[in-house]
Design a protein around this ligand. Structure first.
Ligand SMILES: Nc1ncnc2c1ncn2[C@@H]1O[C@H](COP(=O)(O)OP(=O)(O)OP(=O)(O)O)[C@@H](O)[C@H]1O
Ligand SMILES: [Mg+2]
Length: 331
């Protein structure tokens, strides 16, 4: 079963530039979470902070009791082995075949025999649907295939926590749908704790158990997916609707004057009427033949016990999703 990741009061700056401050959240064990946020809000910086590659100035990231921010480097390195990270750009070595790229962490971090390495690598290549492409170089395959190769490489050390940085970037909608299903199937098969960073609204709507959003140097919200999907916070509804009108501007937040002008022009009303019609689509189920997601079972218990603290719209959406008519009876 996956491992819980507890983030407490995390603050990160580069020089004078504060990226985000006081971020606290818990990634529940074995559940799938998504972090949304406009470009440049520090999503990649957040992922790198979780595995100790970047050092926030304040706060803690606790994994099995080890603080990935303040522990000695040796301890951090050891705990980092629990993670699989799929980088935004794939980060494959251009001169190595896909096979060698995917085998790299095994050759680097284990003493496994070459025959054992081959078995593991081919199994992961199969999971991500790249059988037959293993001898190709990264430059000879499509962006989507490079993404999947990056995911296969993230999986070879049997990670209990998987971080995916924009698994969809550069993919067409059909390939994005495949990768969404792949992530859910993966979760069903290995019960790892997963965090996916994306701005893709289809992934946000169909994949996660939990969802959060970074904006304006803060974590706007983090919790059960239904909370964000039914939220009427202007920044959330603007993002989910992909509108220009709202607090998000071309280079992060708009100034007060621009916002006031939009208000006068009646955009504010447009925003609230759009909210009224927003519906929560069902979450993806694992493909036929795969086990039930243990994370989903635990999540149901967990969310039911916190119902009292959730906004009305989120409560309704959660109860709908667990009603037998929605297929929730299967769980
Ligand atoms: N190593 C670094 N040194 C200095 N500044 C950095 C460093 N890494 C990131 N930044 C800055 O931190 C901010 C957030 O960057 P980050 O890459 O995390 O954004 P993001 O949310 O992942 O954006 P995108 O959606 O475009 O990938 C940016 O302003 C970036 O310039
Ligand atoms: Mg990024």
């Amino acid at each position: 079963m996956g491992i819980e990741v507890v983030v407490e009061g995390l603050t990160k700056s580069f020089g004078k530039q504060n990226i985000w401050q006081d971020v606290s959240l818990t990634l529940p064990a074995g559940e799938v979470s998504v972090m949304l946020g406009p470009s440049g809000t520090g999503k990649t910086v957040f992922l790198k902070s979780l595995i100790g590659l970047l050092k926030p100035e304040q706060g803690r990231v606790l994994i099995n009791g080890v603080d990935m921010v303040n522990s000695p480097e040796r301890k951090i390195m050891e705990t980092r082995k629990l993670f699989g990270l799929m980088f935004q750009d794939g980060a494959l070595f251009g001169s190595m075949s896909l096979f060698d790229n995917i085998a790299f962490p095994l050759r680097e971090h284990t003493r496994k025999k070459e025959s054992e390495i081959r078995r593991i690598v081919m199994e992961r290549i199969d999971i991500v649907g790249l059988l037959g492409a293993e001898e190709k170089l990264p430059g000879e395959i499509s962006g989507g295939m490079r993404k999947r190769a990056g995911l296969a490489r993230a999986l070879v050390l049997d990670p209990q926590i998987i971080l995916c940085d924009e698994p969809d970037s550069g993919l067409d909608p059909v390939r994005t749908a495949y990768i969404s299903q792949l992530l859910i199937d993966l979760n069903a098969q290995i019960d790892a704790t997963m965090l996916i960073v994306t701005h893709n609204l289809d992934i946000a709507a169909t994949v996660p158990d939990n969802m959060g959003m970074l904006f304006c140097r803060n974590l706007v919200t983090f919790g059960p997916r239904e909370v964000l999907l039914t939220s009427d916070l202007p920044v959330v509804s603007q993002f989910l609707a992909g509108r220009r009108e709202g607090p998000i501007g071309m280079s992060e937040e708009k100034d007060a004057a621009t916002l006031a002008a939009e208000e006068v022009n009646g955009y504010g009303q447009g925003i609230s009427s759009a909210n009224a019609t927003r519906t929560v689509v069902p979450q993806l189920e694992p493909s036929p033949g795969l086990p039930v997601r243990q994370g989903a079972l635990r999540r149901r218990e967990r969310v039911m016990s916190m119902m009292g603290q959730l906004p009305e719209a989120a409560r309704t959406a959660i109860l709908d999703s667990y009603s037998p008519a929605a297929g929730g009876g299967r769980l």
